[in-house]
Design a protein around this ligand. Structure first.
Ligand SMILES: Cc1cc2nc3c(=O)[nH]c(=O)nc-3n(C[C@H](O)[C@H](O)[C@H](O)COP(=O)(O)OP(=O)(O)OC[C@H]3O[C@@H](n4cnc5c(N)ncnc54)[C@H](O)[C@@H]3O)c2cc1C
Length: 548
């Protein structure tokens, strides 16, 4: 295809080793069927459903899930006791295995475009254009202003009997009532017989509830709390009351107020409604998960603060399915069978300006000098610089690309130069994407085709190499781009893990030594002549299919 576009950021930039200064990255616009804001339980579950319906999905996540402070996640059938981050890691890997991307970054706004689709603004000045939007953004817990609560939140200070109750059973528990809408919870009374309830704020509290607790043997303190105490080991050891008394405690229960993370949807006119408990707000959705704005959906805690992780994922999964249905119905009405992947690349090649340099890749030129011209397949030909150069040097070239716009540019250039190049529009993941022919040279230069669990694209790539033929795969060395960065100022606009990478191709070849001989597999400085300057090193893989 062409160079995989920029990954990176303007702040906390990796240093360009040769030039010594921060690298600047282009601002990008990407297109997809569904943009998912939030890559935690609800968002990833939706993305998985959509991926399996062949919808292009881009998830954007700023890595601030609600349960991040907690060391373990409980009540999730099949993953009981897993660390919250581990569940997300597994979910991401599952989404990526279908070639769907999870971008690290932040969505700052959503607006309706004139063409009916949605434009999402991302930090770093980037844009996502999507037919549907799913907000799986969760909520923010607003903690009472009591010293020590924020520091111990998710550890020694807990809020949910279902999330943490078993772990504190039989312990000394102090439940602090901080507002009337968060009354003492009878569940905790059942979990431990050492419960003390402190009425820090009694305003509006139902006296009957308090009396019932006291009558059942629970100690009730009518006092303010001044702070949570911790022992030398950093664990909660007690609660200090306003009158100076100390209640010993192994854990503290506190309810939060909450705020749905829905500000990002203000640009499409969406606001939240008060939650029936009065303790916060939520985004209203219909049974299919759609908001009052057609095409904008929501799932998880942003719609309902009471959902734990499993039901949040379940709702995301269900809403993902509903979005897939709505897209399929729309396509049916229009008698279309649109490819979101093609739309993304077509946008890339829609401008009058070239996306890349018109030079052939220097590595290709270098690597094939010793090969006699024959039949060549350029996979992901992009604007065709490599295909045209090969044709000029005696090769009979077939150029393929997912983008019809890209191939139109190649066609125009072949006509202008009087060259013959066969053009084949195909997604490497299509069945038989390169026809039935095999080739003496199969070239994938910065090619970006998506991973699938059955690796159909990778197999097609390898199958296209004729016995005795050469496979040449060149890609950017993405190592420097895995450095952490500030999502408040930048979004990484591609997720390399969703694409079949050069090292993955090497693994496939290594696994079949009777068929493949790897001649070169190394990282080396990128040759001069490229349009982009933010990639410094290339990984080069050259192999031959053994003659039968
Ligand atoms: C301390 C604590 C412990 C908990 N423990 C448990 C437990 O043990 N078991 C259990 O079942 N539940 C537990 N929960 C509840 C659990 O946190 C929620 O059920 C769950 O997080 C809801 O999932 P979600 O996908 O809706 O939202 P979240 O998990 O909060 O995910 C929202 C995602 O959206 C992203 N995001 C938001 N806005 C943007 C934006 N503008 N751009 C990009 N990304 C954005 C965030 O980075 C985040 O990853 C706990 C909650 C807390 C507070």
């Amino acid at each position: 295809m062409s160079e995989q576009p920029a990954q990176g950021q303007h702040s906390a930039l990796p240093k360009h080793p040769e030039r010594g200064g921060p690298v600047q990255y282009p601002t990008l616009e990407r297109h997809c069927d569904v943009a998912v804001i939030g890559g935690s339980a609800a968002g990833l579950a939706a993305a998985l459903q959509l991926a399996r319906q062949r919808r292009s999905v881009i998830v954007v996540d700023d890595d601030t899930p609600r349960n991040a402070p907690a060391p373990h996640m409980h009540g999730y059938l099949g993953r009981e006791g897993t660390a919250p981050g581990e569940l997300t890691r597994i979910g991401r890997a599952e989404v990526l295995s279908y070639g769907r991307e999870v971008l690290t970054g932040r969505v700052t706004g959503v607006r309706r475009r004139d063409d009916g689709r949605f434009g999402l603004d991302l930090t770093g000045g980037h844009t996502l254009v999507a037919r549907r939007v799913l907000a799986a953004t969760g909520l923010t817990d607003q903690l009472p202003a009591i010293d020590g609560v924020a520091e111990q939140w998710g550890h020694g200070v807990i809020h949910c009997p279902f999330c943490h109750g078993f772990e504190v059973r039989h312990q000394r528990l102090v439940q602090i009532v901080t507002h009337p809408l968060n009354p003492p919870d009878p569940l905790f009374r059942h979990l431990t017989d050492r419960l003390t309830v402190v009425l820090h704020d009694r305003t509006g509290l139902d006296k009957g509830v308090v009396d019932a607790l006291a009558a059942s043997g629970v100690v009730v303190e009518h006092n303010e709390v001044s702070r949570i105490l911790t022992g030398p080991d950093g664990e909660v050891s007690g609660v200090e009351l306003g009158d100076g008394r100390i209640l010993d405690a192994d854990a503290v229960v506190v309810g939060s107020r909450f705020r749905a993370r829905a500000d990002v949807l203000a640009g499409v006119g969406l606001t939240t409604t008060p939650h029936p408990t009065g303790a916060g707000d939520a985004l209203a959705v219909d049974p299919r998960g759609e908001t009052i704005v057609s095409g904008v959906y929501a799932a998880g805690n942003v719609t309902d603060p009471s959902l734990q992780v499993l039901p949040s994922a379940a709702q995301g999964s269900q809403v993902g399915a509903m979005i897939a249905v709505s897209l399929a119905e729309e396509d049916l009405r229009n008698a279309a069978r649109l490819s979101g992947e093609e739309a993304d690349w077509d946008h890339r090649y829609s401008g009058i300006e070239r996306a890349w340099s018109s030079n052939p890749n220097g590595t290709l030129v270098h690597e094939i000098t010793d090969l006699a011209p024959g039949r060549a397949l350029d996979v992901g030909a992009g604007e065709g610089a490599d295909a045209l150069w090969l044709a000029e040097h005696g090769w009979k070239v077939t150029a393929t690309d997912i983008s019809g716009n890209a191939l139109a540019q190649v066609r125009a250039e072949t006509v202008r130069r009087g060259l013959a190049v066969d053009l084949l529009r195909s997604d490497a993941n299509d069945p038989a994407p390169f026809g039935t022919e095999t080739f003496d040279l199969v070239s994938l230069q910065y090619g970006s085709f998506k991973r699938t669990p059955d690796q159909r694209g990778l197999r097609s790539l390898l199958d296209a190499v004729a016995p005795g033929g050469t496979l040449l795969v060149v890609h950017h060395d993405l190592t420097p781009f895995s450095e952490p960065f500030d999502v408040a100022t930048q979004t990484r606009m591609y997720d390399p893990e969703a694409f079949v990478g050069v090292n993955e191709v090497a693994v496939a070849l290594t696994a079949d030594p009777e068929t493949w001989h790897i001649e070169v597999h190394e990282t080396r400085p990128r040759p001069p002549g490229a349009a982009s300057t933010h990639h410094v090193d290339d990984v080069v893989l050259r192999a031959t299919r053994r003659a039968i």
